[in-house]
Write a protein that binds this ligand. Structure first.
Ligand SMILES: Nc1ncnc2c1ncn2[C@@H]1O[C@H](COP(=O)(O)OP(=O)(O)O)[C@@H](O)[C@H]1O
Ligand SMILES: [Mg+2]
Length: 234
């Protein structure tokens, strides 16, 4: 079995104090290995996004240990965590989060600008990433000229362009109709199976979770189910 890429041990995240305290996560243990495609499900407010934000180093736990690729994230300072995000993690969100009035190619180039890569290299890599998601020929289109499914593909290309170790996707099909959702899930499955990309995805749709290889269910800030997804479910 491959080494743990993500290891949560006894992770707790509380908000507020006293009577008003909310336990968004309440002692979560979770190990995700390289090459896995994990779907996280659970009712609204069960802690899915909080867990994703901690895994993505966008938020810090109140208690417990988070190891990324064997490194205890709590020992990293703010700049080191930013570098970890930039170099090892790719993010995809429900709302695409693309810059309007900016072409598909430029949107995908953005993470490479932050990495300080020269323009020629950026353009080549961004073009290749757009090809990987099936958007060759759309490089010069602005988000408003693309369908929702195509916009999410641009966001996936942007997440992929830095060659991350893991892609974190919080409800990536939440704004898409069924047909587009299925296309996006087929793309994610292809990236996982053919390229070995590790994916952690939150969804509230069973049909979308069926594309993953493992299902983790949260309830009230705890993991209440963790099981393989039956082959052929999707
Ligand atoms: N910034 C915050 N401040 C206060 N409470 C929060 C905050 N973020 C999340 N929560 C609470 O933590 C719980 C888990 O939220 P969340 O992780 O967003 O759930 P999910 O993504 O499963 O819907 C909810 O009760 C939510 O209201
Ligand atoms: Mg959420």
């Amino acid at each position: 079995m491959s080494a743990p890429l993500i290891e949560l041990r006894g992770i707790t995240r509380t908000y507020g104090e006293g009577e008003a305290m909310v336990r968004a996560l309440d002692g979560v243990d979770l190990i995700i290995r390289e090459g896995e495609f994990v779907a996280i499900m659970g009712p609204s407010g069960s802690g899915k996004s909080t867990a994703m934000n901690i895994i993505g180093c966008l938020d810090r736990p109140s208690d417990g240990h988070y190891l990324f690729n064997g490194v205890e994230v709590a020992t990293l300072d703010q700049d080191q965590r930013a570098l970890l995000r930039r170099n090892y993690l790719g993010f995809v969100f429900q709302g695409f989060n693309l810059l309007a009035r900016t072409t598909a190619l430029e949107n995908v180039e953005l993470p490479l600008i932050y990495k300080g890569q020269p323009r020629a290299e950026r353009v080549a890599r961004a073009g290749a990433a757009l090809m990987r998601v099936g958007l060759e020929g759309r490089e010069d289109h602005a988000p408003s000229q693309l369908s929702g499914g195509q916009q999410q593909r641009v966001a996936i290309a942007r997440a992929l362009v830095g060659e991350p170790m893991v892609m974190l996707a919080d409800e990536p099909t939440g704004n898409l109709d069924t047909k587009r959702s299925v296309e996006i899930m087929e793309l994610l499955r292809q990236l996982n199976r053919d390229e070995g990309l590790t994916i952690v995805m939150v969804t509230h749709e069973e049909d979308m979770a069926a594309y993953a290889s493992r299902l983790v269910v949260f309830t009230d800030g705890r993991v209440v189910r963790d099981e393989p997804v039956t082959e052929g479910a999707a």
